[in-house]
Design a protein around this ligand. Structure first.
Ligand SMILES: [Zn+2]
Ligand SMILES: [Zn+2]
Length: 192
């Protein structure tokens, strides 16, 4: 329902970061019976479910295997604030794909699961080969956009750090400010 509504192009284009995050938070409140709905999907579409599981495993493997020289990648369990933002972004991407608001590579099709890549600030969804060869965006990010934290929405004076959480087959590039990073570290959700 939320997906159908938010994928309407005129709705999708009008929604801001704060709207998506609020919807992500709402999804956390009403999100009961996830296991049952997964079981139902598995029952009705077993082949798709197997492919989706394989795509999710592959997405996690790709993210885990990607190392940035000289950087120690940290792993964070999202707290509630981060999870609301993350779910909101996942909804934004799936709705953008469904309604045609995001530019999708020809292989970005949820009926044929495979790892897909998108950015919280971007307007594209790509499979891995297309992601690697995607052209740079036509309009570069404004200074405010490039300093905005995709977890708390704050525009910080310092640079944001790149986080690449995966949700199922989706890997989402998100900027995280130092304040959120400190909060996540303090909440004890760090595993290196
Ligand atoms: Zn592709
Ligand atoms: Zn933040």
């Amino acid at each position: 329902m939320l997906l159908a509504y938010s994928s309407l192009p005129r709705v999708w284009r009008a929604l801001t970061w704060a709207h998506w995050t609020a919807m992500g938070a709402a999804m956390m409140l009403v999100d009961t019976g996830t296991e049952e709905s997964r079981d139902r999907v598995r029952e009705r579409h077993p082949a798709w479910a197997d492919q989706a599981d394989a795509a999710a495993d592959e997405a996690l493997r790709l993210v885990t295997a990607t190392t940035i020289p000289g950087r120690d990648p940290g792993w964070f369990e999202p707290d509630d604030q981060a999870e609301a933002a993350l779910r909101g972004q996942a909804l934004r991407i799936v709705a953008g794909l469904a309604g045609g608001c995001l530019q999708a590579c020809p292989h970005a099709d949820v009926s044929r699961p495979r790892p897909l890549f998108a950015a919280a600030w971007g307007d594209r969804v790509d499979c891995l080969p297309c992601f690697r060869s995607a052209p740079p965006p036509d309009t570069p990010m404004s200074a405010a956009e490039s300093h905005r934290c995709d977890l708390c929405g704050r525009v910080s004076s310092g640079p944001v750090l790149l986080a690449t959480p995966t949700i199922g087959m989706l890997t989402i590039g998100m900027g995280v400010c130092r304040r959120c990073l400190r909060r996540l570290m303090a909440s004890g959700g760090v595993a290196r």
